[in-house]
Design a protein around this ligand. Sequence first.
Ligand code: ADP
Length: 388
Amino acid sequence: MKVLSINAGSSSIKFKLFDGEVVLCDGVYERIGEEMSEVTIKCAEKFEEEVVLQNHKEAVLHLIDKLEKLNICKLDEISGIGHRVVHGGEKFTESVVITDQVIEEIEAVSGLAPLHNPANLTAIKEFMEAVPNAIHVAVFDTSFHQTLEPESYLYSIPYSYYEEYGLRKYGFHGTSYRYITEEASKMLGKPVEELKLIIAHIGNGASMCAVKYGKSIETTMGLTPLAGITMGTRCGDIDPSIPEFLAENAGLTIQEINKIFNKESGLLGISGLSNDRRDLEAAVDNPRAQMALRRQNRQVADFIARYFVSLGGCDCIVFTAGVGENSENLREYVGNKLSVLGVEIDREINKSRPKNTFISTDASSIKVAVISTNEELMMARDVMKLSK
Ligand code: ADP
């Protein structure tokens, strides 16, 4: 069964074409809406092009055209398409087959993710028109966290704002957490229903999740993906009075402040150097770069300790995503910090570019693993499940 996974971001579209679980082709459209967009498609051969794509609709039509023209596959061979949708509000607790009503419901919650949901919807509508016989499935970043309890998801502001506007913690990266939960269960040889996991999805965007018996019970991101731990360019949790302070003292508008918190903060903001941990880890003599790293490292360790209590114990701590999978610096710091809980990381294994393996010693009180996330494959699995 050929399945396409589509991940439409605010200025990019990533895709992967699967036959079952085998990847046939993948690619990315970047800088959509800018002067020149960049297209990269990797199959047996690599195709690269710079082209003017004014919006997501043009990018989707370009991709649909290329799938056939590059002989990747005929559109009518595609049996299903999984579409990533960033925000599902409280409406969607799992992936669903897309109908007109589902589109209306996604539109209804789009105010919660105004940069992302409209891009997701454009891709959905174009693909539904171009490939009408395929099953189209919406896969939400938020749905996995709909199991949070009110004491975890409510903000301590007047309850009417929750009732009227849906202001609450939703959490994101849910597709990654579901994938990691399934893979960790296989690695540990224990059913999901018996597992307590703490997962650190640390990439440019970063969040963490406590998964108890297959259900998310705590997560760091909030109403939007701006909350939680320090990220590449996002600030994570800060004192809620800071926007007012900046408005009054720096003369900034709410929109400017929001841009600063999203694009100029986090590791980049503290270091003044880069949002990329590779640059900061290389800058050993730069005190601000090292401070930015220590801040993110410490937050990861602190949330693990907190979630250990929330879960009432833990079978395995999993590191995933760009930083989690690649940064021995982060994992070593966290391992050392958690030695108070009896955690022990094997330093040699940690240094050896571990992939889908345990990095803890036999003596460690909690297993620690590095698992590569694969959100596109999780989306394809959802499509295959729903098409049965
Ligand atoms: P996102 O999906 O949020 O854009 P990714 O999960 O792709 O992010 O992670 C990208 C980040 O991974 C980069 O910004 C970089 O900081 C980090 N990264 C990649 N390789 C390494 C490495 N070898 N060491 C440290 N960090 C790395």
